[in-house]
Design a protein around this ligand. Sequence first.
Ligand code: 4NP
Length: 156
Amino acid sequence: MDNTRILFVCLGNICRSPAAEEILRTITRKAGKDWKIDSAGTYSGHKGELPDRRMHAAAGKRGYSLTHRARPVSIVDFLDFDMIVAMDDDNYETLRMMAPDTESENKVVRIRDFFNEDRTDTYVPDPYYSGREGFEYVLDLLEEACENIANGKRNS
Ligand code: 4NP
């Protein structure tokens, strides 16, 4: 599974998906894999912004430097990526509706497909209105899912 192209998508593209992008980039680089990894949002209101400072700080403590600039998902993304990973069911439904054809629609998956099998979570919760623990929990989920994505380990 080399040269895999993966796009992570959340709502604002300033918390969950830019963190996922950097975590998977770190894991795959360490493993010597040359993957194309990016992130985007279903909502364009934060376009051009750096990640939320709370996510920047929490990720920084774990060694991830977040430098992504927020951007909205575009139709071209459905051609440019092999797999589009939605953080929650709203993102998933929005992406499936946006997909220009069946092949593109089938590229959209839920991140829960990559959680460990013993996990009961079904999505990555939006941390925007949460406290610091919310950001730590998001990073725990993302590290687990990205490890499984990198190893081709899908639970459904
Ligand atoms: P994200 O978090 O989808 O993980 O980037 C959010 C960021 C901004 C907003 C909501 C969620 N917002 O409502 O502006």
